[in-house]
Design a protein around this ligand. Structure first.
Ligand code: MG
Length: 347
């Protein structure tokens, strides 16, 4: 039985300011959920609320008591189908808060069984794609320096933020600093459809592999317009919150970027992965700038996807939680020496 369900705010500082087309940040706030059973086993998860999706630390803290009451009313961490149903009946929406509870429940259940989540699910650790490392927006020279440092640290897949007046200079600087790296770009909704078409042509010349969310999520026809005209695959992120969006995106884009925080937990993310596969879409698994208390769980789903972007903790100055090891960009699920998600408070 779950005897204690609690949460705490986690204020996190980034190793350096992180900018995307929508804005810049130096800190972020997560909310960590901890569940404890009668034997003293614990499960942890975390919420990384995003105002882009209508959540803040305050909304997470406002709704968590109701979610945790629902968890305690079921009590049995093995009864996750019933738990998820009860959570769904409790209050709608609030996917980041819901994800924190979902992750903590899965962590606790797998910990009680003594196995890492990916083994519980029978997934192949060698099938997990390497995570990209994100180069935030800055002056072109600075982005080149960041790319060179990332390559030195062993990363050979870089995700470059774009959506400025001079994206080509930025991508050119990154490419010059990382001639052998795989490069992807993410415009975070910044372009008009016509700008996207013009810019993607130039970016393709720098060997960019795909473009994420070129236009506003409010413009689904614009997404299709871009997909039909650019030489790069188009991946939807802001346009794809959960499995319910996947069917609408089939035919408009080439793939979707799914996140535990957007989908509202592990069960919903798996549903969205399978829905995307059934619709013939490629699947990327992403994250927010967030603690390993959340990201560790996503790493266990990585064997199911084509692309991983699970570097959120790597962008933090000091994540109090360790998670699945990252060696260069390789997710080392096979090296996990502890059960559950592997998220654990550092000593
Ligand atoms: Mg994105």
């Amino acid at each position: 039985m779950i005897v204690r369900a609690e949460f705490e705010r986690l204020e996190l500082t980034l190793s350096e300011p992180f900018a995307i087309a929508r804005g810049s940040r130096e800190t972020t706030t997560n909310v960590v959920v901890r569940l404890t059973d009668a034997d003293g086993a614990t499960g942890v998860g975390a919420a990384a609320p995003s105002t882009r999706y209508g959540e803040t630390p305050a909304t997470v803290e406002a709704v968590l008591p109701r979610f945790l009451d629902a968890v305690e009313s079921v009590g049995n961490p093995d009864a996750r189908q019933r738990l998820e149903r009860r959570l769904g009946e409790t209050v709608r929406g609030n996917p980041a808060a819901r994800a924190a509870v979902s992750i903590a429940l899965c962590d606790l259940a797998a910990t009680r069984l003594g196995v890492p989540l990916y083994r519980l699910w029978g997934l192949d650790p060698d099938a997990a794609p390497p995570t990209s490392y994100t180069i935030g927006l800055a002056a072109p020279e600075r982005m080149g320096e960041k790319a060179a440092a990332a390559v030195d640290a062993g990363h050979d897949v870089l995700k470059v933020k774009v959506g400025t007046d001079d994206d080509e200079a930025r991508v050119a600087a990154v490419r010059a600093a990382a001639p052998d790296a795989q490069l992807r770009v993410d415009a975070n909704e910044a372009w008009t459809p016509k700008e996207a078409v013009a810019r993607c042509g130039a970016l393709a010349d720098h060997g960019v592999e795909f473009v994420e969310q070129p236009v506003s999520a409010d413009d689904p026809d614009g997404l299709r317009y871009v997909t039909e005209r650019v030489p790069l695959p188009v991946i939807a992120d802001e346009s794809c919150r959960d499995a319910g969006d996947v069917a609408d995106l089939a035919g408009r884009v080439d793939g979707v970027n799914l996140k535990l925080t957007k989908c509202g937990g592990i069960r919903e993310t798996r549903r969205a992965i399978h829905a995307a596969r059934a619709a013939g879409l490629e699947v990327m698994l992403g994250c927010m700038v967030e603690t390993n208390a959340a990201i560790a769980a996503a790493c266990h789903l990585a064997p199911l996807v084509d692309y991983a972007d699970l570097d959120g903790s790597l962008l933090l100055a000091d994540d109090p939680y360790e998670g699945v090891g990252v060696d260069g960009g390789d997710l080392r699920l096979d090296a996990l020496d502890r059960p559950g998600t592997g998220a654990r408070r550092r000593e």
